[in-house]
Design a binder for this molecule. Structure first.
Ligand SMILES: [Zn+2]
Length: 139
């Protein structure tokens, strides 16, 4: 499964990061990712982009930081990680939430032990999750 933010890159291109947004071609990257997922039979989902960099992936608390702050440090649960990693984990959490509310209960169960806060270390749960999905999708 692949989850991306439902950002409107055309709007962003007119804003503060305009030139950079166009330079790296995020919109094109998203389209290619969507296509590859379709071609390989993988699930692709877009999640609400609002506040993905301001939320703690472990406890859900709001952790305000501007772009210059590169480290996510949650004062509620003391979770510390790179800010981009934290955003990625928030996007993953929202994606799982998205499919679990869309009735894909089996897929949600396959992911349940990889959710943060269940008690496994981050790296272990990540590889476990990936393996589980590969096995499931081959059937
Ligand atoms: Zn937290």
């Amino acid at each position: 499964m692949v989850f991306m933010e439902d950002l409107d890159y055309r709007t962003l291109a007119k804003g503060m990061l305009g030139k950079q947004m166009l330079d790296v071609g995020f919109g094109q990257f998203r389209n290619i990712t969507k296509y590859v997922c379709w071609k390989r039979g993988k699930f692709f989902g877009e999640v609400n982009a609002r506040g993905t960099s301001q939320q703690c992936p472990e406890c859900g608390a709001e952790v305000k930081k501007d772009l210059s702050v590169r480290v996510h440090h949650c004062l509620s649960c003391n979770y510390i990680t790179d800010r981009d990693v934290a955003s990625g984990q928030v996007i993953r959490n929202r994606g799982i939430e998205l499919i679990s509310t869309a009735g894909h209960v089996g897929i949600q169960n396959a992911y349940a032990d990889g959710l943060p806060g269940i008690g496994e270390t981050q790296s272990r749960s990540k590889s476990k999750t990936r393996k589980g999905v590969t096995r499931k999708s081959k059937k």
